[in-house]
Design a protein. Structure first.
Length: 65
């Protein structure tokens, strides 16, 4: 299964794009693993960094209740 970001030729993941980031967060607010999402290792690291930055700025919740 090819990587979501490699297929679309996305090099950098923007932390302000919350709609895209929400696809990679579970119902409880956890970052989904690369096994479940099918993202390559380099994009998984960039994705985690973008999600954490969005959480710090208040764009994404830490926990979904």
């Amino acid at each position: 299964m090819p990587c979501f970001f490699c297929q679309r030729n996305i090099r950098e993941i923007d932390f302000k794009n919350t709609e895209l980031l929400m696809r990679f967060i579970s119902g409880l607010g956890k970052i989904r693993s690369k096994k479940r999402t099918g993202v390559c290792a380099s994009h998984q690291r960039k994705l985690a960094r973008a999600i954490k930055r969005a959480r710090i700025l208040g764009l994404l919740p830490y926990v979904v209740k």
